[in-house]
Design a protein around this ligand. Sequence first.
Ligand code: COA
Length: 315
Amino acid sequence: MSGIKIRGTGRFAPAKIVTNDDLAKIVDTSDEWITTRTGIQTRHHCTTETHTDMCVGAARQALENAGISPEDIGACVGATFSSDYLSPSAACMVQRGLGLPHDAVCFDLNAACSGFLFAIHTMECLLAQAPRKYGLVLGAEILSRVMDFGDRSTCVLFGDGAGAALVEWGANYPSLHAVLGCRGNSEVLYVPGVNTAAPPHVHMDGQSVFRFAVEAVPRCAREVLDRAGLTPEDIDLFVFHQANQRIIDFAVKKLGIDPARCPGNIERTGNTSAASVPLLLDELVGGGAITSGQKALCVGFGGGLTWAGALLELA
Ligand code: COA
């Protein structure tokens, strides 16, 4: 069996921190409402930083932490729907920023908040054919630019950031046992594009998304475990998309796992969509919560509607 392992991770958080009290000066909300309904206390917003700055910063850190040179990269896949340009892709901007080889396969994909896990599975397939065995997987979003700061039901939820993973392909490495899915729906969660008259803001029916998420996260986690022939006890950590602490709490309960094995950072990041899982992974790796040989079962869900799960192992 062939597959990939994580050799290094990185992240970039914009300098500006926005508190719930800051948002309460703009819309009719309160720290108490946001904290109890979502678990979010602060989030980062870009000011002078660009999407490209975040991607290049996170990717550079992942390369450094892995001890791998840019010339060893065979592919770079970015997950995002809020990059600086519709074209070139964020991955192409990273190719330029870091001087990745010209034959490295660089492109973006859009699976919203499931994007990083779609991208890492895509990378697993790509590296089997790539000119070199190392790949960069990015999740990055500037969601503060696609927010309606007059809509209290969405603008308090999201934040900006980027996370990166440097992965290595190996003929004897384990499969990610990825589970990916989508159910096309442009009603409950969507961001209009350039071909529509509507403003390019996040539109969301929060309760419908909540109901979708509390069903999708535990189902997806169980499907990954089944594919891998494992039980929850075989997993070192569960890394779930940071959208709402209440969604995570529901999933933990349904799976019957100890909440201590499902760490989070939502109180400091808000929902950073495709950046959410790699940002948290980097924090956990940097803090020593996941070490070499350990397994993290990651699950994402979001716009599309999409869902994704994968078993990531640290080299
Ligand atoms: N501050 C204060 N009140 C707010 C508010 C805010 N920021 N946002 C909404 N409200 C109000 C509503 O207007 C409503 O008022 P009403 O009862 O007078 O009509 C009330 O709070 C309850 O709204 P409701 O939508 O039922 O709240 P909720 O408990 O479902 O929480 C979410 C709202 C958005 C936090 C929740 O539905 C959620 O997290 N959904 C999933 C969203 C998600 O994860 N999206 C990303 C997917 S990747």
